[in-house]
Design a protein around this ligand. Structure first.
Ligand code: ZN
Length: 138
């Protein structure tokens, strides 16, 4: 069994739908077939993207998932892991080695530590940068 096929069998029905929703288009033809096959095996039809987004929003707000806090904030997957990584951040003349625990979702690739504004880091002041560095979530 391929790595992808093995991974797919470990997903819950919800996660498989989410995986299809967020990641399907990233895959090559052969992998897409594996994803489609796994969905067919479980009798899951590919969700309508708009409906799925709406459903995610509702499920996330109505307490449908009691363990909500431990789930991925974007796709509500349980495959949301803490990844230990050393990140070297260079700023001006100084170089910092930061021990950061990022939570990363294996289903939709949401990553808690890598905020979407990462590309804008160059615009923050030195003080703001250090403040963010020291106060980032562990
Ligand atoms: Zn996710």
């Amino acid at each position: 069994m391929s790595k992808l096929a093995a991974f797919l069998t470990e997903l819950s029905d919800h996660e498989l739908r989410a995986f299809h929703h967020f990641r399907f288009n990233e895959f090559m033809k052969g992998s897409k077939e594996k994803i489609t096959l796994e969905m067919e095996k479980r009798g899951i039809s590919s969700p309508n993207p708009d409906e799925f987004e709406a459903q995610l929003k509702i499920s996330s707000e109505d307490g449908f998932f009691p363990n909500r806090a431990a789930l991925c904030p974007r796709c509500l997957s349980e495959k949301f892991y803490t990844r230990h990584e050393i990140e070297t951040i260079s700023y001006s003349i100084a170089s910092f080695e930061v021990d950061a625990d990022y939570k990363t979702c294996l289903v939709c690739h949401y990553s808690e530590g890598n905020d979407e504004n990462a590309g804008k880091t160059t615009h923050v002041t030195a003080g703001g940068f250090l403040w963010r560095l020291l106060n980032r979530k562990r």
